[in-house]
Design a protein around this ligand. Structure first.
Ligand SMILES: C[S@@+](CC[C@H](N)C(=O)[O-])C[C@H]1O[C@@H](n2cnc3c(N)ncnc32)[C@H](O)[C@@H]1O
Length: 175
């Protein structure tokens, strides 16, 4: 199903989901507001949204250097990402969505604890070669082609160009 046009009814008490969970998907979405709207639309009142996302440093935190601009172009082109949201911009998309009813969304930056996963996902191929080779030659070639992008992702997250954002909400009003 297209995440930007979910074939699901609006989330009422009997029709909505208790929880909506999205992992590393927003970089693929050309329209971040619509992506936020669709996730919140199918949530039942009082339901919980959890998002884990690859985010770029917010433009208000400073311009990109020429090296950062080159890396960013690779990260967008290699995996066909139209654009990365920042943590602040995706939070804004979620909080201003008409399906959110003005409730806050909590965010955190999980860059440091997730950093080892980039190199780990390369090392895993060497650690268990049978598992990779068993997927066939196409998958092996694909894995080799992705290695430089995984290393660039690691560099971008380690240097602060990218941030691993997590989002939770809508939070209930304070009592
Ligand atoms: C980085 S992968 C993450 C996949 C999965 N969430 C995970 O954690 O393993 C991004 C996924 O988003 C999917 N995707 C891209 N555009 C989409 C869209 N408009 N609707 C639904 N899925 C989409 C891609 O096919 C890809 O499987």
């Amino acid at each position: 199903m297209d995440a930007l046009a979910l074939e699901l009814p609006d989330g009422g008490p009997d029709t909505g989901f208790d929880a909506v969970w999205s992992v590393e998907a927003s970089p693929h979405m050309p329209d971040k507001q619509r992506y936020a709207d669709e996730m919140l639309r199918v949530l039942k009142p009082g339901g919980c949204l959890a998002v884990a996302d690859w985010n770029r440093r917010d433009p208000s935190d400073g311009p990109m250097s020429s090296l950062e601009r080159w890396v960013m172009r690779q990260l967008l082109d290699q995996w066909a990402h139209p654009e990365f949201a920042s943590i602040a911009s995706l939070k804004r998309n979620l909080e201003t969505s008409p399906w959110n009813r003005g409730l806050p969304i909590a965010t955190a930056d999980w860059t440091v604890p997730t950093l080892p996963s980039w190199v780990d996902s390369i090392v895993e191929g060497a650690r268990r070669p049978g598992a990779v080779l068993g997927l066939g030659p196409r998958a092996v070639i694909q894995g080799l082609r992705e290695t430089p992008t995984l290393l660039l992702m690691h560099w971008a997250f380690r240097s602060g160009l990218m941030q691993f954002g997590v989002f939770r909400g809508p939070l209930p009003p304070e009592p």
